[in-house]
Design a protein around this ligand. Structure first.
Ligand SMILES: Cc1cc2nc3c(=O)[nH]c(=O)nc-3n(C[C@H](O)[C@H](O)[C@H](O)COP(=O)(O)OP(=O)(O)OC[C@H]3O[C@@H](n4cnc5c(N)ncnc54)[C@H](O)[C@@H]3O)c2cc1C
Length: 500
């Protein structure tokens, strides 16, 4: 969240509304969840809604930047191939022409421009690049056997069902089994589950840690075992023209998906619109919004809150106590991303060729993705590298403090020093380096956060005129989760009597 606007919300000093507007449905938040709610309302024939986004651009964590050379992500950058249960993801991809043919087909064909070109990923370890994500070079037979056993176990978990007949780990997560034996995994850490199951090999532990840092912004000893296993076992998408582990991506990361969602909303997205007060009345909801220097009061029949849930108590003074407690029960992982604009492709170390996702084994940052990787037919001379770092080694509040108090120049120097290890000429080639600090980037799935009642309270909440969307309702942040929550919220608005 924009730091200045965020602090303004906390301080609560806003001009009194000088104008009133009316609308049917007001969607607060123009990220994936809010735009998905808009997409679903529009698909259902509604045109009496507005999306309010406080930033100058919509997209939230899936926004992108644009250079004269290429577009590049600021946050989300890939979507794994959707399985058959990710119905809405497939419908969106079909609408955008990226999934070709029947969206319900077991193995759809995808537009090759969005299938990540090979090599998809590589990892830098002990001075060399290794193909893929799990290092193979210099490990002994015992470690190799353990890696194999881990993959077999995850493949088995992908198929496994609970006593209620549902897949143990589905995506969206709400479709997963509610078998208490498996939900109990939410009470221990993923690191503990790995140890209990004899997964101790260093490269395997690194992979688990990397996965948790990458998707949740936390180390695997901080993550709920249910969430850790969900990462490895939820995805079962297949394709007729790509292997199952291929991801869909574009130079601008997931911003093309956001644009696709927004297209249906037409001109009904207002940016630069910060919601600062909500009051639910008997016949309507009154929503005060800062737009430029003035405030506008919107009178809406229904409100979908698709912004992070921790913001809600700040803007809704009459929020029910148990909802407030649930909203404030979780914390958020702070993240740093940086975009480095390079005048040429950097010098390479040995081992494996440049990939789309270039991961560091033993480094503060996770690595970087290359924006020009998909431009196979017209690779420009330069490129943009998007560097990712979760501040998982600190408590979230300390991470946020470090993020905000460290000057941009110090972050830039640290990033260049880190990247210099793998690309010695990075300093000479970097023509611009932009840093983005995201203090509340994603809700943290710590042990106990998914199935002990608080998250479910958020997911199930609906008052007469207010309902929630946002990936926070899933307890962790992914495109599929944000989209699902938006669509569910739209469904409640469309059929309030059924949902209640
Ligand atoms: C660094 C990073 C990398 C990621 N990579 C991936 C990835 O590769 N793949 C993937 O699937 N997911 C990824 N994610 C997760 C990503 O968060 C989700 O995919 C998705 O974008 C979340 O959408 P959302 O709508 O739930 O939330 P948000 O993106 O948080 O959207 C909420 C919106 O509400 C707005 N808002 C907040 N308060 C107000 C207010 N008071 N008034 C008006 N507007 C308000 C915000 O500005 C924001 O635009 C990544 C996240 C981060 C941080």
């Amino acid at each position: 969240m924009n730091q200045e606007l965020g602090h303004r919300l906390r301080d609560g000093r806003f001009p009194a509304p000088s104008e009133v507007q009316k609308t049917g449905v007001l969607i607060v938040g123009g990220g994936v969840s809010g735009l998905s709610a808009a997409w679903q309302l529009a698909r259902s024939g509604r045109d009496d809604f507005l999306v309010l986004e406080m930033e100058s651009e919509f997209g939230g964590n899936s926004r992108a930047g644009l250079s004269p050379l290429v577009a590049y992500p600021w946050g989300a950058h890939y979507l794994p191939l959707p399985g058959r249960e990710s119905v809405h993801v497939r419908e969106l991809l079909s609408e955008l022409g990226v999934l070709q043919g029947d969206p319900a087909a077991p193995k759809p064909i995808y537009d090759e421009r969005y299938l990540c070109a090979t090599p998809q990923e590589r990892v830098y370890r002990n001075g060399l690049w290794d193909e893929g994500l799990l290092p193979q070079r210099g490990i002994d037979a015992g470690e190799r056997a353990q890696q194999r056993r881990f993959h077999e176990r995850m493949d088995a978990l992908k198929q496994a069902r609970g006593r209620d007949g549902r897949r143990l780990f589905a995506i969206p997560m709400a479709l997963s089994s509610r078998d208490p034996e498996w939900l109990a995994l939410d009470r221990i850490s993923f690191a503990r589950w790995l140890s209990d199951n004899g997964f101790t090999a260093p490269t395997l532990r690194w992979l688990a840690d990397y996965a948790c840092r990458d998707d949740y912004g936390m180390a695997c000893d901080q993550v709920s075992a249910w969430a850790g296993l969900h990462y490895f076992a939820c995805r079962n998408g297949e394709s007729a023209n790509a292997s199952g582990d291929t991801v869909l991506t574009a130079p601008e990361g997931n911003a093309w998906l956001v644009r696709g969602l927004a297209r249906k909303a037409g001109g009904r997205i207002l940016t630069g619109a910060l919601v600062w007060r909500i009051e639910e009345g008997k016949s309507a909801v009154s929503v005060d919004v800062l737009m430029g220097e003035k405030s506008v009061r919107f009178i809406a029949q229904q409100v979908i809150w698709a912004a992070p849930v921790f913001v809600l108590p700040r803007v809704w003074p009459a929020i029910p106590g148990d909802l407030k407690a649930a909203a404030l029960a979780g914390d958020y992982a702070p993240w740093l991303t940086a975009n480095l604009h390079l005048s040429a492709m950097p010098e390479e170390r040995y081992g494996a060729p440049a990939a789309w996702d270039n991961v560091f084994y033993d480094s503060p940052g996770l690595g970087y993705v290359t924006a020009t990787h998909q431009l196979i037919r017209r690779r420009p001379g330069g490129t943009v590298l998007t560097y990712y770092r979760a501040l998982h080694e600190l408590a979230p509040a300390d991470g946020r403090r470090l993020l905000m108090e460290t000057p941009r120049e110090a972050w830039a120097e640290g990033i260049l020093a880190e990247l210099e290890q793998v690309h010695p000429d990075i300093r000479q080639l970097t023509t611009r380096l932009d840093v983005f600090r995201n203090g509340h980037a994603m809700r943290r799935p710590v042990p106990g956060s998914l199935f002990s009642g608080q998250r479910e309270k958020l997911a199930g909440f609906q008052s007469a005129r207010l309902t929630l969307a946002h990936a926070d309702l899933s307890g962790f942040s992914l495109f599929e989760e944000a989209q699902y929550r938006g669509i569910l919220a739209a469904g409640r608005v469309l059929q309030p009597q059924v949902a209640r």
